[in-house]
Design a protein around this ligand. Sequence first.
Ligand code: URA
Length: 250
Amino acid sequence: MKERLQKVMAHAGIASRRASEKLIETGHVRVNGKVVTTLGTTVTDADQIEVNHKPIHREAPVYFLFNKPRGVITSASDEKKRKTVLDYFKHQVTERIYPVGRLDYDTTGALLVTNDGKLDYLLTHPKHEIPKTYQAKVTGIPDAADFQRLQTGVKLDDHHTSAPAEVRLVKKMGTDGQNALMELTIHEGRNHEVKKMFQAVGHPVEKLKRTVFAGLKLADLEPGQWRPLNKREVRDLLELAKGELPRENK
Ligand code: URA
């Protein structure tokens, strides 16, 4: 896979992307022995990159499963200085990690965090239809017609209809059973997809938690906790991303 030179430099821990761009523009960077000053340059794993005549060492990939708490943002930095997912890894993980995909500020649950750009690309590409399972507490109790619409696809806005999803009622909630805890597995990941789907059938989401991402289950990870993936999980994830495993979320 081709990646921008400044991104590869940043991932190798050379400098931030901005600072890496400066290094490129000012002639400090060589690709396969030739000075490169163009910012649009892309490189592959096979290219030799040197900064100030020293070859850069790309970081070994690392993979973590994180249980994102409410009130934490998924982007790497925030203008409003809100807490970010990466704050939970500070001082413990030195690699340049970032979250794969997004969860809303108020959504909790399974989030993959890695420095593997290729995996990030594969898992977030809509073509790969990576499964994600959510538990949503919704207002009211969806009826058979609502189930049918969620399963086959609901119109989300003027341009989008959701893809087929698996849905089940986990339990009725609230003192009079006036809320439902629903489980929904989707294979796409537009912004606010789950909230929009339930909104579209007249049962707005009150609380949302992702319980499984690409086969990775939260299990007993508490909000704010993370753990490294084991070798088998990494292998399965890479195979799933390459399309060599069935896309189940069991
Ligand atoms: N769908 C949503 O609506 N929100 C999320 O955070 C994830 C999926």
